[in-house]
Design a protein around this ligand. Structure first.
Ligand SMILES: Cc1cc2nc3c(=O)[nH]c(=O)nc-3n(C[C@H](O)[C@H](O)[C@H](O)COP(=O)(O)OP(=O)(O)OC[C@H]3O[C@@H](n4cnc5c(N)ncnc54)[C@H](O)[C@@H]3O)c2cc1C
Ligand SMILES: *[C@@H]1O[C@H](CO)[C@@H](O)[C@H](O)[C@H]1NC(C)=O
Length: 411
């Protein structure tokens, strides 16, 4: 088969590795000049050096929010000199590069090549790409398409009354790079997730004052920061909060997340995204309308590396006929049952791909249905342990995997 893979991040390279091993001919299209996706750090934001919108969102000093022991591909170790569990952006990127080198994957990647359109064509797919250097377009047909374009590119910006009146700088966390801009400034951070906490702690050291406004019930540990409830409205100089208090600001950073988006899929592909829920994907992977269109890396709150490894093998096992997918009606039925359950628990639609506590169940299910090899259970055991430590995470803690089931924690 001929397979097109969109994006050369973690999900793209793992898909390429297994697709190649299954004997398929693969083209990976990557719009930037580098592989690694979000793990590539760049000072640029706004526009890149080719005058294209920059998709970079990595910032200086980022340390992983999960230990490397769960951030692994199957059977592929980190370099032995990487001793810590919580590692840097650079070490993570190195791991991805080592992987690509070992399996000789890079020659399949076409850089500065953006996928513009994907449309079904008989039993195949016509993929149109743009060479961003020469601005020329070309087309080719493929038997299957793997969508690996990531989910942290399109900022989600909430609408707040008076937003257009505020005269200071408003930005999304995607464009945060380093602390210089915030020296001696009054900064408001909107959001209560890991990026809000992480960025607030970095800025607190240099800013005049940092405020975090959030509405979530759990907030991770923050120091040197004033916590506020949600913003009621903005005015020219600052914000009014829902408790009636008011504060002036120079800069507002929205740590309000991202939207999944697939601008290159035509309507005929049969995919719609509604409030961040991608419909309809069987097991969060296979497009039920056209099962040769597969999505890798859609779930969140889950260790991406090992999940994408499993998802790629699941999708290929289906394509290679190693197991047969149920009929469209049966796939839809299972999705509907899941959704009914989620709704009964009041889970908002935008969290339908949040797997979180369902990690063990989801991964076991993928292996059972397709017959693919599971990864060592110790990864699941460690991940479940990590969930119990949320809020008290210490990036100096180390984990050692003792065997396929047991790990030890060194504080
Ligand atoms: C700030 C931040 C910190 C994170 N920290 C962690 C962490 O500590 N641990 C962890 O496990 N996960 C973390 N994540 C999650 C992270 O997203 C995953 O680990 C993983 O890197 C996602 O890989 P991906 O391949 O799905 O997407 P990406 O890395 O986003 O790669 C997608 C690639 O597709 C390309 N692309 C997009 N559209 C097109 C197109 N139309 N044509 C061609 N190419 C295209 C992009 O240029 C990009 O290279 C973090 C995410 C962010 C944003
Ligand atoms: C339904 O939910 C289960 C449990 O979370 C999961 O393993 C399975 O993949 C889901 N099925 C579909 C079709 O998404």
């Amino acid at each position: 088969m001929k397979i097109a893979i969109i994006g050369a991040g973690v999900c793209g390279v793992i898909s390429l590795k297994y697709a190649k091993e299954s004997g398929h001919e693969c083209d990976v299209f990557e719009q930037t000049g580098e592989l690694g996706g979000i793990w590539v750090y760049s000072d640029e934001y706004g526009m890149d050096k080719n005058g294209m919108p920059s998709y970079r969102n990595m910032y200086k000093g980022l340390v992983t929010n999960a230990p490397k022991e769960v951030m692994t591909f199957l059977d592929f170790q980190y370099r032995t000199d990487v001793k810590d569990s919580y590692i840097t952006q650079k070490q993570t990127l190195e791991y991805i590069h080592d992987f690509v080198k070992k399996f000789d994957l890079e020659r399949h990647i076409q850089y500065y090549t953006r996928v513009k359109r994907v449309e079904p064509n008989d039993d195949q797919w016509t993929v149109t790409v743009v060479d961003d250097k020469t601005k020329t377009e070309r087309q080719a047909r493929y038997d299957a398409v793997f969508v690996c374009n990531g989910q942290y590119f399109m900022p989600h910006m909430p609408e707040i009354e008076g937003q257009n009146l505020f005269r200071g700088l408003q930005m999304h966390s995607r464009d945060y790079r380093s602390t210089e801009l915030y020296e001696n400034k009054q900064v408001l951070i909107i959001g209560g997730s890991s990026s809000a906490v992480d960025i607030s702690q970095k800025i607190a050291a240099v800013a005049k004052n940092v405020y975090i406004s959030h509405w979530s019930t759990i907030l991770l540990k923050v120091v040197d920061v004033t916590v506020k409830p949600s913003v009621k409205q903005l005015y020219n100089k600052g914000a009014v909060f829902s408790d009636g208090t008011k504060e002036d600001f120079d800069i507002i950073i929205y740590c309000t997340g991202y939207k999944r988006f697939y601008p290159f899929l035509t309507k005929e592909c049969g995919i719609t995204v509604e409030d961040n829920w991608v419909r309809y994907l069987y097991k969060h992977i296979i497009n039920i309308e056209n099962p040769t269109l597969c999505f890798i890396g859609v779930p969140t709150f889950i260790p991406t590396f090992i999940i994408s490894d499993l998802q790629a093998r699941f999708a290929l096992a289906a394509l290679d006929g190693k197991f047969s997918l149920p009929s469209k009606e049966e796939m839809l039925k299972e999705i509907t049952e899941n959704v009914t359950e989620l709704r009964s628990k009041n889970v908002p639609q935008r969290h339908f791909h949040k797997i979180f506590l369902g990690f063990r169940k989801y991964t076991t299910d993928l292996c059972k249905v397709s017959g693919i090899r599971p990864f060592p259970e110790v990864i699941t055991n460690l991940y479940e342990h990590l969930l119990t430590t949320i809020g008290t995470l210490q990036t100096t803690t180390k984990y050692v995997l003792v065997d396929d089931e047991k790990f030890i924690e060194i504080k």
